[in-house]
Design a protein around this ligand. Sequence first.
Ligand code: ZN
Length: 106
Amino acid sequence: MAKCPACGHDVRTPFFLNLNAWSQLSCPQCKARLEMKPPRSVVLGPLMGPLFVLARQGRVFEVIAFALMFVTIFLLLLESSRPKLQLRKRPLPKPAIRLNIDGPSN
Ligand SMILES: [Zn+2]
């Protein structure tokens, strides 16, 4: 359960891996289109690579790298189980590439 940012009504949130349900999520009370706030712990993800390179330098770095990895995974799971909602600003995602089929041919 999460709170709708527009009206404060409780919104039943789908399982965080169910992206199809997330893409259609809206508030049952005020019909506002909602989406999941990206979890803050995602920013720790890119640190993993360099840490494991550093881990080869010695046992101490190895322990630090593993500890940070478990903390990151734990935080991600924790935030995913209690997702925060925000209003969806874009009405629908637009395709990044438009095919210019009707354009002049060479
Ligand atoms: Zn609402």
